[in-house]
Design a protein around this ligand. Structure first.
Ligand code: ZN
Ligand code: ZN
Length: 166
């Protein structure tokens, strides 16, 4: 598992040919993240992958691949289940205080844009955002999840109930 500080990358440490960072986030990492952010929409996770950094002047192109699993809560039956995740992302980090300035000028089509300040890139923030993007809006444990009976509360994947359907 990576130490937190190793996801902070000084700009000067990126050589002209680029820099590749391994990402390996396990149980301890996610329990710490949940303590910092109790609103997280997954219960547990394991994520690994690689992130490649390339400098283009003051802009830094971040290309990453993350994979692993997220433990999600089904939006129908409220059971926890493991979902495999796998995602590639490209992101351009540009220096600046944040959105609102000459944003339009800089944005390239098909490329997400984010901002950094100072001389150090916070890869952890980038990776966290990508992980949050992998969480579906309405997670389902199975396409045909039967959910919970609105009348008696029975979990219909596991038990049948005798309530009349309207
Ligand atoms: Zn379900
Ligand atoms: Zn019922």
């Amino acid at each position: 598992m990576l130490k937190k500080k190793s996801l902070r990358v000084p700009l000067t440490s990126i050589p002209p040919e680029g820099l590749e960072k391994e990402v390996d986030l396990g149980e301890q990492y996610f329990s710490r993240w949940r303590e910092e952010d109790p609103g997280l929409e997954f219960a547990d996770a394991r994520i690994n992958g690689t992130v490649r950094l390339e400098k283009h002047g003051r802009d830094v192109l971040v290309r990453g691949h993350l994979q692993g699993r997220l433990q999600l809560t089904c939006s129908r039956c409220v059971d926890n289940f493991d979902a495999p995740v796998d995602a590639d992302f490209d992101l351009l980090l540009v220096p600046g205080p944040g959105p609102g300035g000459d944003e339009e000028e800089l944005s390239a089509p098909d490329l997400d844009l984010d901002y950094y300040t100072g001389e150090t890139l916070d890869l952890e923030a980038v990776i966290r955002e990508q992980i949050i993007l992998m969480v579906p809006l309405k997670p389902l444990c199975a396409e045909d999840c039967k959910g919970i009976c609105p009348k008696c509360g029975a979990v219909l994947n596991r038990e049948e109930c005798t309530c009349k359907k309207d």
